[in-house]
Design a protein around this ligand. Structure first.
Ligand SMILES: [Zn+2]
Length: 280
């Protein structure tokens, strides 16, 4: 089976036999990069678009997750850069987060706008993918941790010192701008989804200033580690059984995708776009 990757930038260069496509979704176009990593078929979605043109508050989260599910992808990994506000997690560390706190403000956080669907988020990330990512990282002797609470801000600005002090009191370990609603939508689509965080900097107030340049430099330095980790983890994720918790929304998602596809077939939402892709 194909495994989905939703990433910032840089990881796509490690995909072998790369083939690109654009998929029309009810939420707008999504760019997909298909190929192989670690001998496993993958479909990578550049979270911010091909040219990194969408800032965190304008990322097409619903389109991205919809595109995975509509391509029959059942397992996915999100890769995100984060700042650390817990002195235990240092820049360069990898964290397979297990909890989130949502401080976003104006994002569409559900596929189900016209009915009350309350997805369980007690354990929001897939336990199987989390375990495999962590044990794979350990095998490679990477500095990787199997827990951490991610607080998601609206962005695109970085946080103030006061906000970071507050987030610390709330129990957050790392801060970022893109994990919400990605993880929530993945749950709504019945995907096995987990997030691998790369700590790129200390949060505001712990270090003097926070800059995007520094985030990019560290992400670049960690690319090889992430590649090695994915190479180790993907074959094991590919073989793993789906988990009951992640599957809870599967049948509902299946019906929803059918409805959306039927709607899309009879009433195109956009012109000049490729038709929806079928099964891989
Ligand atoms: Zn799962």
């Amino acid at each position: 089976m194909t495994i989905g990757l939703i990433c910032g930038s840089g990881i796509e260069e490690f995909i072998e036999g790369e083939e690109r496509s654009t998929m029309r979704t009810p939420y707008g176009d999504v760019y997909l990069i298909h190929g192989e990593m670690g001998g496993v078929k993958v479909t990578l979605i550049p979270r911010h678009g091909l040219k990194h043109e969408k800032p965190p508050h304008r990322v097409n989260y619903r389109g991205n997750v919809y595109a995975l599910r509509a391509n029959m992808i059942e397992k996915a990994i999100g890769i995100s850069a984060v700042g650390s506000l817990n002195l235990f997690f240092r820049p360069g560390d990898l964290i397979v987060i297990d909890q989130f706190i949502d401080f976003t403000k104006g994002r569409a956080t559900t596929f189900y706008e016209n009915e009350a669907v309350h997805v369980d988020a007690t354990e929001p990330y897939c336990p199987t993918i989390r375990r495999i990512l962590h044990t794979s990282g350990k095998r490679l002797a990477l500095r990787i941790y199997d827990h951490g609470t991610y607080i998601c801000t609206e962005g695109p600005r970085f946080e103030t010192k006061a906000e970071i002090r507050l987030f610390n009191l709330l129990g957050a370990d790392v801060v970022g701008m893109t994990n919400i609603p990605e993880v929530v939508l993945a749950r709504e689509m019945g995907l096995c989804y987990a997030t691998l965080c790369v700590v790129t900097n200390w949060a505001a107030g712990i270090q003097e200033r926070v800059s995007m340049e520094e985030v990019c430099v560290l992400m670049d330095q960690k690319k090889e580690d992430v590649k090695a980790l994915l190479g180790e983890a993907l074959p094991r994720i590919d073989e793993a059984e789906r988990c009951p918790g992640c599957l809870e929304m599967d049948a509902k998602a299946e019906r929803w995708i059918k409805e959306l596809k039927a709607h899309q077939d009879t009433k195109p939402l956009h012109n000049n776009q490729e038709t929806i892709r079928g099964k891989q």
